[in-house]
Design a protein around this ligand. Structure first.
Ligand SMILES: C[S@@+](CC[C@H](N)C(=O)[O-])C[C@H]1O[C@@H](n2cnc3c(N)ncnc32)[C@H](O)[C@@H]1O
Length: 263
């Protein structure tokens, strides 16, 4: 496992007073996805697929595992995304579904994550950096974006899905802590993926130069015929002639784009 260089003082300072709408190395993570991940994972043929996905709330890799992906790696700009992902994968191994669902509800907006009874039960099994992070940021809200707990139901796995997830997830996912602009430099140089899911990241990336840089980096790590999945509530996909864009409408205000390189 990669050793991450966490600046705890900086993390605490940031999390005590997080600026609105900003994603950065310690920005608050989503406690639960607000995307239709059952729909998204159906867009790709996942049999023997290698997937790279934004970690987000941890639900992206979890739903890719549920859908049968053979190998899943994750990346995110925020260490809080790794934290929620590690908490979920550890809890999945330890807890029955109702206890897991309870934990996901409790984590929302919680300032003392490391003191929760359900966390104390799994704390020793968490990856070391994640355990240290929740201890040293005690008093800060780590997971507060996205859905409110009363909206959780359709975004949580069902009990049947949870059983499959438990069979398929046996440990933490690999995590690359990086801004998407530097993803290419931070992945294993020869790694190739059939699916790269960049979630809602283009939503926040507007200028053509940055978008082109991101696409070039992603293209380098795409296997032949591979897809980039971009979920945007306010679509800003690159307008480039060398990428084929198939647009899908999903939820009322959301769209999912599947992009494929025309070779
Ligand atoms: C924009 S958010 C959307 C979350 C999502 N709707 C969900 O269901 O979890 C997706 C994730 O991308 C990460 N992110 C945002 N900007 C990023 C960037 N420039 N590079 C890498 N990750 C980024 C955020 O930290 C967040 O975890």
């Amino acid at each position: 496992m990669t050793k991450h260089n966490i600046d705890f003082k900086k993390a605490r300072q940031f999390l005590k007073n997080p600026p609105l709408g900003c994603f950065s190395e310690y920005s608050t993570a989503y406690a639960i996805t607000n995307e239709n991940l059952r729909f998204v994972t159906e867009l790709s043929d996942l049999s023997s697929a290698r997937v790279l996905t934004a970690a987000g709330s941890g639900d992206h890799p979890i739903f890719y595992a549920l859908a049968g992906a053979a190998h899943i790696d994750t990346f995110d700009i925020s260490f809080c995304a790794k934290t929620i992902m590690d908490i979920k994968t550890t809890a999945i191994s330890a807890f029955k579904s109702f206890w897991y669902f309870g934990l996901v509800h409790e984590l929302y907006d919680e300032k003392h994550v490391c003191k929760l009874a359900r966390i104390l039960q799994i704390k020793n099994d968490l990856p070391d950096d994640t355990r240290e992070f929740i201890e040293k940021t005690n008093g800060c809200r780590l997971f507060a974006k996205g859905c409110f707990p009363f909206q959780y139901k359709s975004y949580l796995p069902t009990i049947e899905e949870y059983k499959i997830i438990q069979e398929r997830i046996r440990g933490p996912f690999n995590f690359v802590w990086t801004d998407i602009c530097k993803l290419r430099d931070n992945l294993e140089p020869d790694s190739k993926y059939d699916v790269i899911n960049i979630s809602n990241i283009f939503h926040y990336r507007k200028d053509a130069k940055t978008t082109a840089k991101i696409m070039n980096g992603l293209e380098y790590h795409l296997a032949p015929g591979g897809q980039i999945i971009s979920y945007n509530s306010c679509p800003r996909v690159p307008n480039r002639e060398d990428w084929k864009i198939i647009q899908y409408k999903t939820l009322e205000k959301d769209k999912v784009f599947v992009l494929q390189k025309i070779r």
